[in-house]
Design a protein around this ligand. Structure first.
Ligand code: GAP
Length: 598
């Protein structure tokens, strides 16, 4: 475990994969460092926990992801569920806003994570990240259920009164199993001598996991499951610490606000206090009225924004997955409430499904096409405070090596109802005066001979909102994990199989040897191609080594200028995935790339 200020290799690399085909997170992190995708922030000073820098290849990869999102959402014409064009406009709002924004949005009072400290080791962790090893009660038969009920019948709240034998900190059960499997030091620190995971064959839908362990007094089966926060609240003194395996050292969970504070101006007092935004969404909501007044867009329409967000995460972990500074790509799509929907026009539920499915297909289109991507509708009890029950909330999730066999959220799609616009209208003191006026609906209702009151009531409303909210850093991490492809037959032993649209470098251009006019010809081709794409000229080392470098960078095509080029004006082109080579005319290289990259 690292201190809050420093990133240790132990923390960032803790996701060693289990056997069975899961990619090794350690190896992905090592490649990212070696090839300049991602570095620790402030690395020469030991890093800083929860902050990451993108190197040359990573910066380009993330930019490609963000640009594809912007092009496909803001620039390209989209057709809505009724086949009509959808209007989306862009925005770039500030990171620091008037603090009243965060009071109105509910973040000042409610953007909290429950946090627990270990008084002995001074370690801090998120209460909902505590995973326990429990004595296994095999409740797969009615008789076993009866026995368990009898055993716990004297306990008022049995669900929260069964205490784990040992605990550890992990953001998923899959990660906990990985850690216990691979980290000997961790096993020792919490008193485990032997750990053999086994899947819960009796109930494949049950996401608890069983394992055979030895705590020093013989082998026994345990189940591995999240420790409910309620259990910690009730029994924090009796729950064993995830750092020492002892009881009596944990504090009761306390709410911890995740927003970073800062001060505006020279004085540091209550009046000058401000926050760094924890989401870009609120910048969109408070600009809703400005956009309506300054453009021709009318409900239904969307506002899209990309930008930094900051959260003082209690336990940043899993490489860039949970960072303290990260980038979001958010759309707030404004729709009429159900009462204002006209016959034959999409309802809020249609819009919700439209965005959910469109966004899922988008992630597939940029290379997350396999079964590592899934769409998950939220259970009723998972809905956020602003989410509209009934219309739905879903997560688009990716199976990262550190969440496998589980999934981690890439993007959430939520129906936020009119929660935010109403809250800001009320907090700024203007209330109903800030309702949106739907002129078309007014004309329609007038034409239908409706009463003045009904027209007034229906044509003025606070629009409802469908919010697809994605993380650019999590997206980039998913692209890296998906692309990482071990291949023992290659010199590099691994290649990055990026979708060509995402690949940071689109082509490598090599002179076979540094003589006989080959460098000059190659440089001419390089200069021609770099006007359109990011391409790399590399005259150094053997051709095999150059291919290996490009394989690790995920470059889809490499063009080599050789002796034949000078006589017949052809070059070889090598395909990254198949490693096959063909000869094409040098004056056809640009057309060849255009066909494949657009
Ligand atoms: N406006 C809604 C909102 O912010 P969220 O689920 O808290 O919703 C949206 O965040 C997305 O932002 C997530 O799906 C994730 O991709 C990304 N994200 C959130 N917290 C993050 C963190 N600490 N590090 C990296 N990405 C994060």
């Amino acid at each position: 475990m690292s201190t809050p200020e420093q990133t240790t290799a132990g923390n960032q690399n803790a996701n060693t994969a289990k056997s069975g085909g899961v990619k090794s997170m350690d190896e992905i992190v090592a490649l990212c460092r070696r090839r300049g995708f991602i570095f620790q922030s402030s690395e020469i000073y030991g890093g800083i926990n929860g902050f990451w820098d993108y190197g040359p290849l990573g910066a380009q990869l993330k930019r490609n992801l963000k640009e594809a999102w912007w092009q496909d959402i803001v620039q390209q014409e989209l057709s809505g569920p009724d086949g009509k064009p959808v209007d989306i406009v862009g925005l770039d709002s500030t990171i620091i806003m008037n603090p009243k924004v965060w009071v109105a949005s509910g973040h000042a009072a409610g953007f909290n994570d429950p946090m627990v400290d270990d008084k002995e080791t001074k370690q801090r962790f998120r209460a909902d990240h505590l995973i326990g090893l429990y004595q296994a009660y095999n409740v797969h038969t009615a008789r076993e259920r009866e026995l368990l009920d009898q055993a716990t019948s004297h306990i008022a709240d049995p669900m929260n009164s069964i205490l784990p034998l040992r605990t550890l900190v992990a953001s998923s059960i899959g990660e906990a199993v990985d850690l216990l499997f691979s980290d000997k030091k961790l096993r020792q620190s919490i008193g485990i001598r032997k750990f053999v995971p086994s899947s819960n064959a009796a109930d494949p839908d049950d996401d608890t996991t069983a394992a055979l362990v030895d705590f020093g007094s013989g082998e026994q089966y345990v189940t591995i499951d999240t420790v409910p926060v309620r259990t910690l609240e009730l029994h924090y003194e009796s729950v064993v610490s995830p750092f020492t395996g002892k009881t009596g050292t944990l504090t009761k969970p306390r709410q911890f606000n995740l927003m970073f504070e800062t001060f505006i101006g020279a004085l540091q007092d209550e009046d000058s206090k401000a926050w760094l935004r924890p989401e870009t969404a609120q910048g969109i909501f408070v600009n809703f009225w400005n956009v309506i007044d300054s453009t021709r867009v009318r409900v239904p329409f969307g506002i899209a924004q990309q930008g930094k967000a900051f959260r003082n995460e209690v336990t940043p972990r899993n490489f860039t997955f949970r960072s303290r500074e990260f980038e979001q790509m958010e759309i707030e799509f404004f729709i009429p409430p159900l009462e204002a929907c006209r016959a034959g026009e999409p309802t809020p539920t249609d819009w919700y499904k439209f965005w959910r499915d469109l966004r899922f297909r988008w992630w597939q289109s940029i290379g997350l096409a396999g079964d590592n991507l899934q769409l998950r509708e939220h259970e009723k009890d998972e809905l956020a405070h602003y989410a509209k029950e009934g219309a739905g909330t879903s997560d688009i999730e990716y199976r990262f090596p550190f969440t496998a066999p589980g999934f981690g959220e890439l993007e959430g799609v939520a129906h936020r109802a009119d929660f935010d616009l109403k809250a800001h209208a009320s907090a700024c003191g203007k209330g109903d005066k800030m309702k949106y006026f739907d002129q078309d609906l007014q004309v329609e209702l007038q034409g239908a001979g409706k009463s003045k009151e009904e027209i007034q009531q229906k044509s003025r409303y606070f629009p409802h909102v469908i919010e697809p909210s994605a993380g650019a850093d999590r997206g980039t991490l998913a692209l890296l994990c998906e692309a990482y492809t071990p291949d023992e037959s290659r010199a590099s032993k691994v290649y990055m199989k990026f979708h060509p649209r995402m690949a940071p470098v689109k082509a490598g251009i090599f002179p076979l040897v540094n003589k006989d006019a080959m460098p000059e010809t190659a440089e001419r081709l390089y200069k021609q191609l770099r006007k359109k794409w990011v391409v790399e000229y590399d005259p150094k080392q053997t051709i095999g080594k150059r291919y290996a470098r490009m394989d690790e960078a995920g470059t889809p095509y490499c063009f080599t200028i050789d002796g034949d080029t000078l006589t017949n004006q052809t070059v070889t082109v090598r395909d990254r995935d198949s490693q096959t080579q063909e000869r094409i005319a040098i004056d056809q290289v640009e057309a060849y790339l255009t066909r494949r990259l657009g």
